[in-house]
Ligand binder design. Structure first.
Ligand SMILES: [Fe+2]
Length: 272
């Protein structure tokens, strides 16, 4: 996919992320506790509460996995959840840019190694017509997870490219999730909740970001070197086990497991 064929924002091109002013999350009711969550398959771990889905149904599948398929734009509001969470809906609409999927994620605690294994790039520009805006995602953290971090890497296998962005309550980060590998390391003992919204890059999003004191380079949230080393080893072990399992199933390594359905499932299961 040729990103140069799309409209992008200079501020997002600096580092792939922009952290904007923190939102006063504590002042709001905890609407996410009342939302309707959808189990993805029966994995049971990560759940989503859709506020906008491809056609307004209570489901979280990639927009391209529908009939007719569509890119991650023009999401349709899911009325039942919108009625439960009017403040979250308003926040998602605040930038005024075209919205694709919009949902609250419920992420169970995990380890650094699991997060590294989950590193992935989104496929949110699939079917996006060239000449239109590149689709990026905003993460508005709802629970106070100051020790949890959004991990970004430009090279999945190179720890030196890693950025760790802490996710306290009210943290607001816009990320080029198709350009950068990402996953959240959430070492807490309770689930983390975060509002994730796909936006089309354009003047509306640019204005929303630039009006909120964007930061595009931060000092990394610290990590214990031993935890880092153990995490790399665990992630490597899990990658090898997965490759072996795929090989046993006879998957052609040249094509990986890149079928649309498998790709969509993988993305949802490892979503941040
Ligand atoms: Fe993602």
């Amino acid at each position: 996919m040729d990103k140069a064929a799309y409209r992008t924002l200079p501020i997002m091109e600096e580092s792939g992320y922009a952290i904007v002013d923190r939102y006063d999350q504590q002042a709001d009711p905890r609407e996410w506790e009342d939302l309707v969550y959808v189990d993805w398959k029966s994995s049971g771990d990560t759940r989503f509460a859709p506020l906008a889905s491809a056609y307004g149904d209570m489901e979280c599948n990639g927009f391209w996995n529908h009939t007719p398929p569509k890119t991650d734009k023009d999401g349709v509001w899911v009325q039942e959840n919108v009625d439960i969470a009017p403040i979250l809906t308003r926040r998602a609409q605040e930038p005024g840019a075209n919205i694709g999927r919009c949902r609250v994620i419920e992420l169970q605690p995990n380890t650094y190694g699991e997060a590294l294994y989950n590193l992935h790039r989104d496929d949110n520009n699939r079917l996006n017509p060239e000449g239109t805006g590149w689709i990026v995602r905003a993460f508005f953290n709802l629970t106070d997870d100051a020790d949890s971090v959004m991990i970004l890497r430009s090279d999945k296998d190179d720890p030196s490219t890693e950025v760790r962005i802490p996710m306290p309550a009210g943290q607001q980060v816009v990320i080029d999730t198709q350009g950068y590998y990402h996953a959240v390391w959430h070492p807490g003992d309770k689930p983390r909740y975060c509002l994730i919204t796909s936006y089309e890059s354009g003047p509306e999003l640019d204005e929303w970001i630039t009006a909120r004191n964007p930061v595009t380079h931060i000092e990394n949230h610290p990590i214990d070197p031993q935890v880092a080393a153990e995490g790399e080893a665990l992630a490597q072990e899990k990658r090898e086990a997965r490759a072996a399992a795929l090989a046993a199933k006879g998957a052609d390594p040249r094509f990986g497991d890149g079928s649309m359905a498998v790709q969509a499932e993988k993305e949802v299961l490892s979503e941040a």
